[in-house]
Write a protein that binds this ligand. Structure first.
Ligand code: PT1
Length: 268
């Protein structure tokens, strides 16, 4: 379906991890993080997603203290300086709470608020919430992902998490849904999900799509291409997601994505 209404929002990725797969930990220090956030807003990001724990395939978790130390100073620093919604990419309730106190207005949780206490904390913050689907956990999720019907299973999981949120007092107008590209999915699963995006919008809720520089883009371009050389392919996939109704695009390359969206808006 082609959507000629408002263009999707761009969520710029701000990694504050030393092991980030794509930025190589270049954005660790709060000063540099501020600079990067300002640049992304200048390029067209309406949301800045701050993450202190890598969730790419094979990643191990990080301790609570380490994640707080990475994320909270950066959220504090950018909250007062950038004209954008600040999102915190975390699964830990303590990080959600502290980040929202520090100025975050969105919780982006790849575990969809399944950690003990996460639903209650998220409810209390009043923030927007992105619920993402993942099969397994980052360390092992790509070992042997299996589904009978990937679209139905992802949709049913998201529907169950929406119901859990409503029960916890998180109103539906605070929710965003995400199929979780690359999170416990084979290449074929990722392609099937992209081709059935609109079927995942439980209750008509907005969809977030994150494919930027991921291995699924590498698979389509030739497997030896490092993440940095997947920019054009990522923009093409983001544009396709926008055409298929995605409302938020989570990307590394904000300016390039905005340009593509402008052309889509003019011609679409
Ligand atoms: C995402 C996402 C995210 N992705 C949301 N949050 C990552 N809401 C972090 C690969 O296959 O899609 N949605 N937070 C990054 N995760 C990955 C996963 C990075 C897979 C790389 C790959 O290369």
């Amino acid at each position: 379906m082609i959507h000629r209404t408002n263009p999707p929002q761009i969520m710029g990725i701000l990694n504050v991890t030393p092991d980030s797969f794509s930025d190589g930990g270049r954005f660790l220090a709060p000063g540099q993080a501020i600079e990067r956030a300002l640049a992304m807003v200048e390029e067209g990001a309406g949301i800045i997603d701050v993450g202190g724990e890598s969730t790419r395939p094979g990643s191990a978790g990080v301790s609570l203290q380490e994640e707080l130390d990475r994320v909270i100073p950066v959220v504090e620093a950018i909250a007062s300086r950038v004209n954008a919604l600040i999102s915190v990419d975390t699964s830990k309730p303590e990080v959600m709470r502290a980040a929202c106190v520090a100025g975050a207005g969105m919780i982006n949780d790849v575990f969809a608020l399944q950690a003990p206490g996460a639903l209650a904390v998220a409810a209390g913050t009043g923030a927007q919430v992105c619920l993402m689907h993942m099969q397994g956990e980052p360390r092992s999720m790509q070992v042997d992902p299996r589904y009978d019907d990937v679209v139905a299973e992802v949709r049913d999981f998201l529907a169950a998490r929406v119901a859990a949120c409503l029960e916890a007092g998180i109103r539906e107008d605070r929710l965003v849904l995400d199929p979780g590209f690359g999170f416990g999915k084979t290449h074929a699963h990722n392609l099937t999900l992209m081709n059935h995006l609109s079927a995942l919008a439980v209750n008509g809720l907005p969809l977030l799509v994150g494919v930027s520089r991921k291995s699924m883009i590498g698979k389509m371009l030739g497997d030896d291409r490092p993440p940095r050389e997947r920019v054009t392919g990522s923009v093409a996939a983001a544009l396709l997601a926008a055409q298929r109704g995605a409302r938020i695009l989570r990307v590394h390359d904000v300016g390039a994505t905005r340009d593509a969206l402008r052309v889509l808006a003019a011609l679409g």
